[in-house]
Design a protein around this ligand. Structure first.
Ligand code: COA
Length: 132
C-alpha cells in the first residue's frame, strides 16, 4: 500500500521555521533547500524538469557557505535512496542505514554526515573539504 497524501498545513508550518534558499527560473521554482542552523539539511528538492542541471549543487553550495560562516563544523542529513548519490557527490558519508514508516509506507533512508574544515587564518584555498 502506498503512502497517504502529505499534510500541507504541517509542511507550511515546518518550512516557515527553517532557513531556505529557493532557485527560481523566470516564474518557476526550480528547487529549494531548507536547513536547521545546527547544520542539519532538512529538505533538498529539485523540480523534475530541472533535474541534472546542477540546481541541487548550487543550492547546497549556498547552504554550506551560510552554515560554514555561521560557525557550523559538521553537516548531517537523512537522504533518500535517490538523494544518496547526490550527497555522496557533496562528500557526505553514510553513518547509518535506516528504515522509517511514513504515512503508512516504509522507506529506506541513509543518515549521512560531512565534516567541514575551516581554513586557518592566513591560509589560502577552499574553506571546506572540497566543494559539492
Ligand atoms: C536528488 C535531487 C535533489 C538532485 O537534484 P539535481 O539538481 O538533479 O542534482 P545536480 O544536478 O546538482 O546533481 C549533482 C550530482 O549528483 C549526482 N546525481 C544527481 N542526481 C542523480 C541521480 N538521479 N542518480 C545518481 N546520481 C545523481 C550526480 O553525480 C550529479 O552530477 P552530474 O550530473 O554531473 O553527474 C533531485 O533529483 C530531487 O529533488 N529528487 C527528489 C526529491 C529527493 O529525493 N530529495 C532529497 C530528500 S533528502
Amino acid at each position: 500500500m502506498g503512502a497517504t497524501a502529505p499534510d500541507l498545513h504541517q509542511w507550511r508550518k515546518r518550512l516557515q521555521s527553517l532557513p531556505t534558499f529557493v532557485a527560481v527560473q523566470g516564474t518557476e521554482v526550480a528547487g529549494f533547500i531548507s536547513y536547521e542552523t545546527n547544520g542539519h539539511i532538512e529538505l533538498l528538492y529539485v523540480t523534475p524538469s530541472y533535474a541534472r542541471r546542477g540546481v541541487a549543487s548550487l543550492l547546497y553550495c549556498h547552504a554550506e557557505r551560510a552554515l560554514l560562516s555561521a560557525g557550523v563544523t559538521e553537516l548531517c542529513t537523512e537522504a533518500s535512496l535517490v538523494a544518496k548519490p547526490v550527497f555522496e557527490r557533496f562528500r557526505f558519508v553514510v553513518t547509518e542505514e535506516q528504515e522509517i514508516s511514513l504515512r503508512g509506507a516504509l522507506f529506506r533512508r541513509f543518515a549521512m554526515r560531512k565534516r567541514l574544515v575551516t581554513t586557518p587564518p592566513g591560509a589560502s584555498g577552499d574553506a571546506s573539504q572540497g566543494g559539492p
